[in-house]
Design a binder for this molecule. Structure first.
Ligand SMILES: [Zn+2]
Length: 127
C-alpha cells in the first residue's frame, strides 16, 4: 500500500495535460498531480517546471526562514574528507578516506565506509 501525495508545485494544475484532467465532460477541470513518489524537489514535485515554480514562489521565504549566508563557508584540510573506494575485480575493494586539499589517503574498513561513521556530513574525519 503506497501513500499518494500531491505535487507541491503551486502551478501544477495550470499545465494542461491529459493526466491532470478530472471530472465529467460538462465540468472538466485540471488538478494537481498526485503520485506515490516524485523525482524532483527532494521527492515533492512532479517535474522540473513544478520544482522551479515552487522555488520562484517560496525560495526567498525559505532563505529568510533558514537564514542567509553572511560570510563565506570555507573548505580547509579539516573538512575536506570524503569516503572513496577502488573497485577491484578479485573482490578486494579498497576503502579509504581522501582529503581533497592535502590528497592524503587513510584506509578504512568496508563497514566504516557503509555505515557513514568515517566522515561527517560536513566533511570532517570522525575516526
Ligand atoms: Zn507538478
Amino acid at each position: 500500500m503506497s501513500q499518494l501525495k500531491y505535487c507541491q508545485g503551486p502551478r501544477c494544475h495550470t499545465y494542461d495535460t491529459k493526466d491532470r484532467k478530472r471530472g465529467p465532460k460538462d465540468n472538466k477541470r485540471n488538478e494537481t498531480r498526485r503520485r506515490s513518489s516524485f523525482y524532483y524537489l527532494n521527492g515533492n514535485a512532479c517535474s522540473m517546471q513544478c520544482m522551479y515554480d515552487w522555488f520562484n514562489v517560496y525560495g526567498s521565504r525559505a532563505l529568510q526562514h533558514f537564514g542567509y549566508l553572511t560570510q563565506p563557508r570555507v573548505l580547509t584540510r579539516d573538512n575536506a574528507w570524503r569516503k572513496r573506494y577502488d573497485w577491484n575485480r578479485d573482490g578486494n575493494d579498497r576503502h579509504y578516506v581522501y582529503n581533497y586539499l592535502t590528497e592524503e589517503q587513510r584506509p578504512i574498513t568496508e563497514q566504516q565506509y557503509n555505515n557513514d561513521s568515517a566522515v561527517t556530513d560536513d566533511g570532517r574525519l570522525a575516526i
